[in-house]
Design a protein around this ligand. Structure first.
Ligand SMILES: Cc1cc2nc3c(=O)[nH]c(=O)nc-3n(C[C@H](O)[C@H](O)[C@H](O)COP(=O)(O)O)c2cc1C
Length: 384
């Protein structure tokens, strides 16, 4: 915030437009408050001038505000650096004006210390084996953050759909693309398995949809304790995508097709028992609202057991056999490969408790690499 003060006594203008975050008033003194990274200061200067051109203090306020604005622009220009990895200006918006920022410590050089901002070195040290069983959950889910959320669509053997969010989720490999989901034991089912797990074990298939801001409330609704066989896609109002064979030929998605999803198929050398053209997608429905959907087949499971031997979680490991990226979020890497554009994607993550997170405050840092002929570490880009 940039306050600008003069000594006027009388209130003579106040400007509170919806979107701009500044206001100005004069009582015992003129206080002009403005956000430093906008051109609002310039507008304030103009407003002050037009409010009372004959008064020197108003002119001084205007001149001061004008100077501040110029200084901001200069600081911006100086701190703007080109990122060697992506050719993007550090601190630039990357397209939507809000996501990208400079990295936190642009002047850091190895091996400078980067101390934590705490007054003491005191730690709470926890032995999970000695902790009450209900104490580890809030601790670990608030510590390991942010977690991506797999919004998992399955079907039972009778074709009934199921949809639920899982934040014990991540991608584990890319060749072949492999994902893992942790299905904690269910207290609601006598067999102890969540419906998602029951269906995956029954059919060997699932779809991971990625959650974006625009449908997070509906997706969150799907974590409710609904009866087995109740379809959360229906209950939440989310839209099941028809399978390719149910669509008209014209509306079928194609690789790099316009106005639809871009579909990636696994290369022929994949461990699937099919080749890239004849392989059909899995039966569970994809969520239309989701910008990225991954059709998966079950590869293996791992049972997590507590000290008494009770299964507390089953980790499902699946291979992505077909991946769909909506054209609305599709972007290109510097070498022209299909990527998901973070500025348009607006993915949601899971934090502790019931907290969700948005993506903001992004910055790039190139990786330190030592080539075979180089003695010294060099910061290079691995983005391709
Ligand atoms: C954002 C979010 C993330 C969740 N992550 C998990 C998880 O990783 N593992 C889990 O077992 N349950 C998780 N849950 C709870 C399940 O979604 C919930 O138990 C749901 O009812 C399971 O549905 P299902 O029985 O149809 O599979 C999560 C809930 C929310 C809202």
């Amino acid at each position: 915030m940039c306050p600008v003060r003069t000594q006027r006594r009388r209130q003579y203008w106040q400007y509170l437009p919806n979107k701009l975050t500044f206001h100005a008033h004069i009582s015992s003194q003129v206080l002009v408050t403005t956000s430093c990274n906008r051109s609002d200061t310039f507008l304030i200067a103009m407003a002050a001038l037009s409010a009372d051109q004959s008064r020197p203090l108003a002119l001084a306020a205007a001149a001061g505000a004008g100077l501040l604005y110029t200084a901001q622009q200069l600081i911006k220009a100086i701190t703007r650096r080109r990122d060697p990895a992506l050719g993007r200006e550090a601190g630039s918006s990357g397209g939507n004006g809000s996501l990208w920022q400079p990295n936190p410590n642009p002047k850091w050089q190895p091996p400078h210390k980067q101390p934590a901002p705490f007054g003491s070195d005191e730690m709470h040290t926890v032995d999970p084996a000695k902790l009450p069983t209900d104490a580890m959950y809030p601790l670990i889910i608030s510590a390991v953050v942010p977690r991506p959320i797999g919004f998992v669509s399955t079907q039972n053997s009778e074709g009934r759909g199921n949809l639920a969010p899982y934040s014990y989720f991540n991608v584990m490999a890319h060749n072949p693309p492999t994902v893992a989901i942790g299905c904690s034991a269910s207290r609601l089912r006598s067999h102890g398995r969540k419906d998602t797990l029951v269906n995956i074990l029954e059919t060997g298939e699932f779809v991971v949809n990625i959650m974006s801001e625009w449908f997070v409330e509906a997706a969150n609704h799907c974590c409710g304790n609904f009866d087995y066989g109740e379809d959360e896609m229906e209950l939440s109002g989310l839209t099941p995508l028809p399978h390719d064979n149910e669509r008209s030929a014209e509306s079928q998605c194609a690789v790099a097709g316009r106005g639809c999803m871009m579909t990636w198929k696994p290369p022929a050398h994949t461990s699937l028992d099919c080749n890239s053209t004849s392989c059909d997608h899995v039966k569970p429905r994809r969520v239309k609202e989701s910008a990225v959907q991954m059709e998966c087949v079950l590869r293996t499971t791992h049972e997590v057991k507590d000290s008494s031997g009770t299964v507390t979680c089953v980790i499902v490991i699946g291979e992505v056999v077909l991946m769909h990226v909506h054209e609305g979020v599709a972007g290109k890497s510097p070498s022209g490969k299909l990527i998901v554009d973070i500025n348009k994607y607006r993915p949601i993550s899971r934090l502790g408790g019931n907290t969700y997170g948005r993506v903001a405050g992004l910055f790039d840092l190139p990786r330190p690499d030592r080539g075979p002929t180089q003695q010294k570490l060099q910061y290079t880009s691995t983005a391709s």
